[in-house]
Design a protein around this ligand. Sequence first.
Ligand SMILES: Cc1ncc(COP(=O)(O)O)c(C=O)c1O
Ligand SMILES: N[C@@H](CCOP(=O)(O)O)C(=O)O
Length: 465
Amino acid sequence: MNFISTRGNAAGIGFVDTFLMGLAEDGGLMIPAELPVIDQDKMKQWERLSYQELTLEIFQLFTGDEIPREELKQLIDESYATFRSPVVTPLRKIRDDLHILELFHGPTFAFKDVALQFLGNLYSYVSQRQNKIINILGATSGDTGAAAIEGVRGKDGIRICILHPHEKVSKVQELQMTTVGNENVLNLAVKGNFDDCQRIIKELFADLEFKSRYHLRAINSINFVRILAQTVYYFYAYLQLVRQNPAAQISFSVPTGNFGNILSAFLAKRMGLPVHRLILATNENNILERFVREGVYMPDEFRSTHSPSMDIQVASNFERYLYYLVGEDSQQVSAMMKQFQEDGKVVLSAGLLAKVQSDFQAYGVKNDECLRMIESYSREADYLLDPHTACGVAAYESCGDKNTVTVVLATAHPAKFDESIRLVGIAQEFPADIQRLFDKPQHQQLVDNDKAEIAAQLERFFGTR
Ligand SMILES: Cc1ncc(COP(=O)(O)O)c(C=O)c1O
Ligand SMILES: N[C@@H](CCOP(=O)(O)O)C(=O)O
């Protein structure tokens, strides 16, 4: 399959080169030149596949013959062997109308493991097969960083540097990233917020000379392979539910910050997955909710919330959605992104806004509402929600269709966000893998919110062999 940039200046690039490229060279984001369409017959054949088998089928549509099927299968099997659940992403029924898709059974207890265990193995594979230098640069609000580090720590030929916002991630997230003692890992704690971290790495990726000198690779969702790996769990959840009830109409409520998680759902739907409704759940950093409600995409004041991983204003994958919204017209996307750079906002026409509102329902969850959800689901359903999942549940409660089936994505284990859980008076026991982090030494460097200082750190870390 060929991949192109949302801004039109990269064309005819294969799967592996797209994976290595991360951000497109024209500053846009890579997407498939044409999305495959999966018909109902194919979907029926997929109904009884395991998670790993389904991943193989979906990935093969995108990798073509660039990765031999047996080798791809091995990469996938290795990636999901680290999960604590044999079905990888189990569904829990709360009520007839509500299921929770638990995406947190990977090594770092967050949904990011689903894609990043695979990306880590794929980087190793490409590094060995093509003798490529793999220097990974990423930004995190907490979960991507931990999962990416876990995916590559100690792997030959790979180094990773992760920027996280200092004192704006949870204690467990910080420990997961910074207690890793491997020499191929560098943690930079930036005196800023996640948007600052993401802006700086995007600027470094956009500096083509710097990017090529240090062989920079991406693990954030600017890398299309991240998005692709996340489409699988939508198919898997849907197929499990229609096997039990073939007439079910199925919706998803998706906690979203960088627009990656819900973009995967949107693409799955474009590929033929019969999704009834897509509910976009945000927190008080509600730029995406306002976009769906008013048709104006404009960052607001940054807020620290009980769901810190979604404390994001500028959503990386928004540009990919814009591309589909404007009918795959890369010139229009370029013009809109230029407008965003110059005026700090994108304003939609009434026609486009109507289209957005037919694609998504959106709801921004207030801090107190998030806590109320955690408390009431613990008391009434005996289910402990993490605060991000609680946003997904609150969004469903507010705008879901109770006569159909909605799947809320549980994007993290509650133990990762004990600071928020404790606020509702719930004491939880940590899984042993989390508890043991508290006894380990931490490795991180505090840096200013300054691109030049961070570039100098990268030169030191990636520049030596
Ligand atoms: C726990 C958790 N939930 C939800 C999200 C939102 O996912 P995305 O940014 O892909 O939309 C994130 C990260 O952003 C996260 O870490
Ligand atoms: N919530 C994310 C933010 C980065 O998003 P990504 O999907 O682009 O990696 C995190 O946990 O870091």
